[in-house]
Write a protein that binds this ligand. Sequence first.
Ligand code: SUG
Length: 444
Amino acid sequence: MHLEANFDGLVGPSHNYAGLSLGNLASQHNASVASNPKAAAKQGLDKMLALTELGMVQGVLAPQSRPDLTTLRQLGFTGSDAKVLEQAHRQAPQLLSACYSASSMWSANAATVSPSADSLDNKVHFTPANLVNKLHRAIEHPQTSRTLAAVFNDPHYFVHHDALPSHDSLGDEGAANHTRLCSSYGEQGLQLFVYGKSAINNGQVAPQRYPARQTLEASQAVARLHQLNPRHTLFIQQNPEVIDQGVFHNDVIAVGNHNMLFCHQQAFLNQPQALNDIRRAFGDAELHILEVATAEVSIEQAVKSYLFNTQILTLPSGEMALIAPTECLEQPQVAAYLATLTDRQQPIKQVHYFDVKQSMQNGGGPACLRLRVTLSAAELAAVNPHCLIDRAQHQRLSAWVDKHYRDRISFDDLRDVALLNESQQALDELTQLLHLGSIYPFQR
Ligand code: SUG
């Protein structure tokens, strides 16, 4: 019996809005808004608990230690920690913000994961994403590797690869640009990689305004590392025109689960052809493709609402449920679409709305916050059990947030060494709650 577990990134104590992500409209628009880390972490934890109450297996991934002092020192800031922060604040505010970002909360970007059913060696493969396109995210992967290794720590079942080399031609954004379609979780599935541009084939179309973060070459490398069967692996290109309208990851315009693909009509380049390729590669089994027409929902409304950054869950009953952000209720076209969704001929039978506004304001919806890991019963038993959420663990983590998190952070707070000390103390305690060992540089 296989199932799909969601591992959500726990929002870190330094969650803030710094306008760091060109091409991510929410991040750009909210650059100077004050954040509320406590509310952000609680919103995330509440979504995790709610999914367990729907009968799902839910895990949690610890946040990264911020500020990233290793990087700040590597950039030439010296002296005591307080001095490092003070200098960076004065001389290079953008670098200080980058080293303070809590962006690891969007664990869809942590890694690409392939289940054992799809890999030649029958193991679950993880490749942390190099996230080279944005400095604040490019510094995540060394810690991501340590964190994933502490959660999926049995080499009999789990294989951990290094991130791809850090170069734009190998830009990799992890599971945000990857979907697996299957008839049942434990059977061979179709691994669908969606890239923004080909780095080597320069003749190909690419976005003009905003960056394409994921390259074809990176996706192909991940597929090789994960020992995927080429017959069940497909690479398709995201529509560059929508990247230029704020669709910075494929998971902002399409989401798949089981034998269902939910996407906008403009999600992929040459969409009719792309959908035919998907149908052909999926084979004879039943596949539901639910395509939303531009006439029904514009790209602008899709981006504002994150209609496609929803999670599609297969509940224990076999019914599918959609986990949507409350912003979907605020965009009239999207609200109207969702109001009639369950009446349509398609597998989603329930829609649940969640307030993840703190994350949304930085361009991260419900699907950005989770890393999906398909597991057999034996593989699940090999996962660090303290990183799985139940009511008791949710309660402990909520109390931990209450104890350590601030309810307001704006840029000037980043220079305060007290925030650094608070964060390290919080994370030190967290490693005990989650039985992670000493995964952070400050603990070594
Ligand atoms: O990489 N935002 C993230 C949002 C990631 C969303 N993930 C998925 N679509 N899977 C990003 O752009 C904003 C940080 C700031 O501006 O403070 C940020 O990094």
